[in-house]
Design a protein around this ligand. Structure first.
Ligand code: GDP
Ligand code: FE
Ligand code: FE
Ligand code: FE
Length: 196
């Protein structure tokens, strides 16, 4: 995929090289899978394929950063101090977007929002947000019992895929007695409960 706009100041290969320096080999393979799924979903849903590729490639860029680094960024960027009570699972999207903006010089707010929303979603989601959220769930390396169901839904109806994933994630968190990030409940109320 040749980048023709300048959401990133370089080629796809140059972006991949920077990402490879930021994450483990295993995570990099996941990232390539997410990019591929995001591009496919973008094509099906009339979403900008270049934004889907970049968002997929950068979505977990900050996943392996330290707790100390995330806390520093939350303070330096004056993000909601409530974030300090959470952990890497929540930070790598919301706070990771700031690290991506700074280190990769990506300033497109649609791309950054797709990264911010990729883990727990949002009551408000653009088509690009949905593409990245769902691609992260169904990429070819993912293995869990319902992944084939999720893939089938994803390529039939993107909104239904958002609902399926949201419910699946919440069910897992509840069953494991894990804390629910309040935004995840907002996502549930909008995309699982609401009749559109
Ligand atoms: P990954 O970065 O590709 O592994 O995938 P995600 O960014 O989608 O998810 C990262 C982790 O966050 C997963 O282990 C999810 O189960 C977890 N997660 C998602 N929502 C919540 C939440 O509301 N609360 C907590 N505690 N964890 C969550
Ligand atoms: Fe993630
Ligand atoms: Fe996800
Ligand atoms: Fe991911």
């Amino acid at each position: 995929l040749k980048y023709r706009k300048d959401y990133f100041a370089g080629s796809r290969d140059e972006l991949c090289a920077k990402i490879q320096q930021s994450v483990s080999t295993k995570r990099y393979q996941h990232i390539l899978g997410v990019e591929q799924a995001a591009v496919q979903l973008a094509q099906e849903n009339n979403v900008d394929v270049e934004k889907a590729s970049i968002s997929g490639l950068v979505h977990d860029y900050a996943k392996e950063r330290s707790t100390e680094e995330f806390k520093r960024v939350i303070e330096k960027k004056h993000l909601d101090p409530d974030l300090l009570k959470w952990n890497n699972f929540i930070w790598h999207g919301v706070v990771g977007a700031e690290i991506i903006a700074d280190e990769l010089k990506i300033d497109d707010e649609e791309i950054l929002n797709a990264v911010r929303r990729h883990t727990v979603g949002s009551a408000v989601m653009t088509q690009l947000d949905k593409v990245v959220y769902v691609a992260d769930f169904i990429e070819k390396g993912r293995v869990f019992p319902d992944v084939d169901v999720a893939r089938t839904i994803a390529f039939n109806n993107l909104d239904q895929a958002v609902a399926f994933e949201t419910k699946h994630t919440l069910q897992y968190l509840l069953a494991a007695n894990k804390t629910i990030y309040p935004v995840a409940i907002e996502t549930y109320n909008r995309w699982v409960v609401a009749v559109n």
